[in-house]
Design a protein around this ligand. Structure first.
Ligand SMILES: [Zn+2]
Length: 555
């Protein structure tokens, strides 16, 4: 008989693991009838050896069946859930719990409190207190302050949590009649969690428990996955997950060769569809990706008199700005490739540039060691940062628009200029000269490249804190740029003077997890595609751009 039960349970189980939808349909139509026609199978209590399942025998079969029943109900298969309860002889909840939960669902709080007697709890008061609290919110939402006050008095008499009663009393004062406090509506699931915790374990099965357990297992697998780098949609509950190191971009998938001199800078657009590069050849190029994932030249942006040190995307990817070395900052239309306008200070050349977080303005780091701001139409915005850098390099604005970040005094400092208070609020001091920096998209981390070929990673939410230093890449003469990228920005990539690209992962920052060879000149800059975590680009003195993808032989 036990064997017969296992078969029927097995069919139900498939509902959750892959190809079970077909089986489910069979269960819902003719096969269901067949099963109902079969006499109920008494199983679990018949054979104590079957009470536990799992490869370590840790799972109580009765509990497993109960969460299966709950899962079926949450998926809308109440009829199959009822069948499972009947066939197994194990109800999701006892009759008294079922009745109690119905009263909770209907908001019959006084009857809920009366029903507690049937549970013979060691202490009913905390449960009554919680039920009254929920009742308080619902009454308050109707604007009935008198009744809400009466409920508070009942709660006081229980002597469970005086502070909480005071908190609720304060809501009586701030709540206008008829105003929806929304707290009770939003906290219904939280209320159910608290309620379950007040009963002995297993009396009330938490809703969607199976879903929770399976998802938690996935979260744990991702957490322990070495070099995790796949989108969440790639996860499957049908097998154990482990990326190993197969999902790190490591193979050249394309070489772009339209520049005729050293490529100094490159950056993917926010939507991942374009790549912009700039070169010593005084041009910038906008590359567009096709359906096969291959890039082709969309526009060559020409007009600068000097090498182009940076090309940066507007937040909406409709424009780029280019920074000519000791020259002007120009803006360009991405669609047409047309020159839109320039941003300059008479007689003062530009060193670096950046966008406002919302695309409404341009930042220029200029040769007179000052930072200038312009509206998009070219009008200058008054800005006095006070402290001048000895020699400015990068400037950037955080994506929330709060901070203007720049290399400060004597190039050993990073300044955080607060745009609300109009002054420098934080400063990071490095031991060595800073050559470039890069912000993470979530504004939590800052990568600082030092002249000593070291990259320091700082946590910048709140008081800046250095969390580690990366070694491995080679830098002695040029500006080498690094970036965050991959899943959750867990990877750091960097160019290097030894013609290689270095990649580190958060789990093992000390050693690079990949060193990519292919370029024949110094790698000046790298960019990780923000919408394709398997795509990395690198720009080199060899005049080429390499697009790196995952190794197809390993995937
Ligand atoms: Zn993984």
């Amino acid at each position: 008989m036990g064997f017969a039960f296992s078969l029927s349970l097995g069919a139900g189980f498939c509902i959750f693991f892959g190809a079970g939808w077909v089986i489910l349909n069979h269960l819902r139509k003719p096969p269901v009838k067949t099963l109902v026609d079969n006499p109920p199978v008494k199983t679990l209590v018949d054979n104590p050896l079957l009470d536990f399942i799992g490869y370590k025998g840790l799972v109580k079969k009765s509990e497993f069946i109960r969460i299966l029943t709950d899962a079926l109900i949450s998926l809308g298969f109440d009829d199959i859930a009822a069948l499972l309860e009947e066939r197994s002889g194990i109800p999701l909840h006892s009759a008294i719990v079922k009745q109690f939960l119905k009263l909770v669902k209907d908001g019959e709080w006084d009857k809920c409190i009366d029903a507690l007697q049937g549970f013979q709890l060691r202490d009913e008061k905390p449960v009554s207190f919680l039920l009254l609290e929920q009742k308080f919110y619902e009454v308050l939402n109707t604007g009935n302050v008198t009744d809400a006050r009466r409920i508070l008095k009942e709660m006081v008499r229980l002597r469970v949590d005086t502070n909480r009663v005071h908190e609720l009393a304060s809501q009586l004062i701030i709540s206008a009649p008829g105003e929806d406090t929304t707290e009770s509506v939003n906290s219904r699931s939280e209320f159910m969690e608290k309620l379950q915790d007040l009963f002995p374990p297993g009396v009330i099965i938490p809703e969607r428990r199976l879903e929770y357990l399976i998802e938690k297992s996935l979260v744990d697998q991702v957490y322990h996955c070495s070099f995790h780098n796949v989108p969440d949609s790639d996860l499957s509950i049908c097998y154990d997950h482990d990326c190993e190191d197969h999902k790190i971009p490591s193979e050249t998938v394309q070489i772009l060769e339209e520049h005729i001199d050293e490529v100094w800078f490159l950056k993917f657009s926010h939507n991942g569809r374009y790549l912009a590069s700039s070169s010593k050849d005084k041009s910038a190029i906008i590359w567009e990706i096709n359906a096969e994932g291959k890039f082709s030249l969309k526009h060559k942006l020409e007009g600068h008199q000097n090498p182009v040190v940076e090309v940066l995307w507007s937040p909406d990817d409709r424009q780029v700005i280019t920074c000519g070395e000791n020259e002007v900052i120009r803006s360009w239309d991405v669609d047409s490739g047309a020159f839109v306008g320039s941003y300059e200070r008479n007689g003062v050349g530009s060193i670096s540039c950046g966008w406002f977080h919302d695309g409404s303005g341009i930042i220029g780091g200029m040769a007179d060691r000052r930072i200038y701001l312009w509206h998009l139409n070219g009008t200058e915005i008054e800005h006095e940062q006070g402290q001048r850098a000895q020699n400015l390099s990068d400037v950037a604005m955080t994506t929330d628009g709060k901070w203007l970040v720049s290399v400060g005094k004597e190039q050993h400092e990073i300044s955080f200029f607060d745009r609300e208070t109009n002054r420098v609020e934080d400063v990071i001091v490095e031991e060595d000269m800073i050559t470039s920096f890069s912000l993470s998209d979530n504004n939590s981390y800052l990568l600082i490249n030092l002249i000593t070929q070291k990259i320091n990673v700082w946590y910048i939410q709140g008081e800046p804190m250095k969390i580690l230093g990366l070694d491995g890449h080679k830098r002695s003469r040029f500006i080498i740029r690094s970036c965050f990228g991959g899943y959750d920005e867990d990877f750091i990539a960097s160019g290097s003077e030894d013609s290689q690209v270095y990649i580190w992962h958060r789990t093992e920052w000390r050693e690079p997890c990949r060193v990519l060879s292919g370029h024949s000149g110094a790698v000046n800059c790298v960019s990780w595609n923000p919408t394709d975590m398997h795509m990395l680009a690198s720009a080199s003195d060899d005049g080429t751009i390499r697009i790196w993808g995952i190794d197809k032989n390993l995937n």
